[in-house]
Design a protein around this ligand. Structure first.
Ligand code: SF4
Ligand code: SF4
Length: 158
């Protein structure tokens, strides 16, 4: 979405268009983009209106892999890892929670295992999406609260 070409950010989206292709629910020029319903401007792994793409959400969005000083390794680019990390997406008891949105049916197992270990070491809870469900990873109380939110029809971050 944001093919960041700033000199102080080493990474660029290149041919990744994971956030344009419906895995994140966004609205682009009045079109709802959702799973199975990619942005109509995403053509052959490129944004066909790149110079004129909307500021919100396109220019403003930077995923956890693209972010400056991202801890994610190169191979975790969203279209390769099958997940988009939204780092510190919300807080649980004052602790930032990472959210990993699936690209396709489910993230690659290697990527989820890497993310779990990273979250364990950094003591950040994690919510990740797989096969259409949200899975909570972290302290037992966190898992319980997330399960309660989900069972009552809420999103984990509300
Ligand atoms: S998911 Fe990240 S790397 Fe991929 S296009 Fe979006 S911002 Fe760029
Ligand atoms: S307008 Fe371009 S950058 Fe924005 S979602 Fe569509 S393809 Fe991606």
């Amino acid at each position: 979405m944001s093919a960041n070409q700033s000199s102080d950010i080493a990474r660029a989206c290149s041919e990744c268009t994971a956030c344009c292709d419906g895995w994140l629910r966004i609205t682009v020029r009045g079109q709802d983009v959702s799973p199975g319903n990619p942005c109509r401007f995403s053509v052959a792994h490129k944004c066909s209106i790149y110079q004129d793409r909307p500021v919100d959400p396109c220019q403003q969005f930077i995923c956890g892999w693209l972010a400056d000083n991202s801890p994610l390794p190169e191979w975790m680019r969203p279209d390769k890892a099958n997940l988009i990390l939204l780092a510190s997406n919300f807080q649980w008891r004052g602790v930032p929670v990472h959210v990993a949105v699936a690209v396709g049916a489910r993230p690659k197992e290697k990527a989820i295992n890497w993310l779990k270990e990273f979250c364990r070491q950094s003591q950040r809870p994690l919510i990740f999406q797989t096969d259409g469900e949200w899975i909570a990873y972290g302290p037992p109380q966190f898992q319980t609260e997330m399960a309660e939110r989900l069972s009552s029809g809420r999103n984990p971050w509300t």
